[in-house]
Design a protein around this ligand. Sequence first.
Ligand code: AMP
Length: 282
Amino acid sequence: MSLAVFERISQIHSWVISQRDQGHTIGFVPTMGALHAGHQSLIELATGHCDRVVASVFVNPTQFNNAEDLKKYPRTLEADLALLEKSGCHAVFCPSIDEMYEPGEETQRWDFGALSNSLEGEFRPGHFDGVLTIVKKLFLAVEPNKAFFGEKDFQQLAIIGRMTREEGFPIEIIAAPTIRESSGLAMSSRNVRLSEEERISAIGISRILLSARATGRADSPEKLLHTATTGLKNERGIHLEYCALVKTSGFEPFAVWPNEPCVLLVAAYVGDVRLIDNVIID
Ligand code: AMP
């Protein structure tokens, strides 16, 4: 089955309905394009779970709180379509901005406490409202059985899970592990904007996070966080925005290791490229 490409909501919606009428389950992988092996792993995971896999490629303007970042976001549709086809994707939805938003439309607002207001929520005001607004629109257009998101964007994954439950979507959210380059650097569409020198600096982020994961709960939470934070602050070429250790459930910080998974998250600038990464401390 070759890749079907749709630009209109009505087209992707009818395609999904015809597939479901034939008894097929639908998996959905939303992306902003500039696809890499991380995205490919989501498509491959989805093909293992569902009979038909739909991807979307849409650079969502409402989730960019920085106009320059939006302008510089890489766009590589031809290569994206080739990668999707090769990975076993069945249909791709690549709408225009006008297809997804009315002129002047405001994003919907969500407040999930620390989950939506801390870290990315604090440093990128309005970002999660933009993400949830577009994911909700895409869920309504595609109506998948399962949707797949990467742990690379851990807070996004958690907040989408929460929105899905609150809005009553009958969609199962499946998390996929972060795919890294052999250097440890988490794959990201923004990595293409790093110079050779910046790429070497950026590797410091994953090196420090992976070392914290290896130490795990052998250190106190305070010591683990302190070691990672000072390491990142001392790393050449990295400008740390935040380094935080929180519970995965509600993104609350803690003083004593809780009886549940925790996550160590980092956002940092390398040159003018903002990178995020995290590791689970189980
Ligand atoms: P994006 O195109 O950056 O919006 O990402 C689309 C989806 O791919 C999101 O669910 C991301 O979390 C996921 N993703 C991005 N990078 C990676 C990675 N390195 N490993 C696994 N998933 C990723």
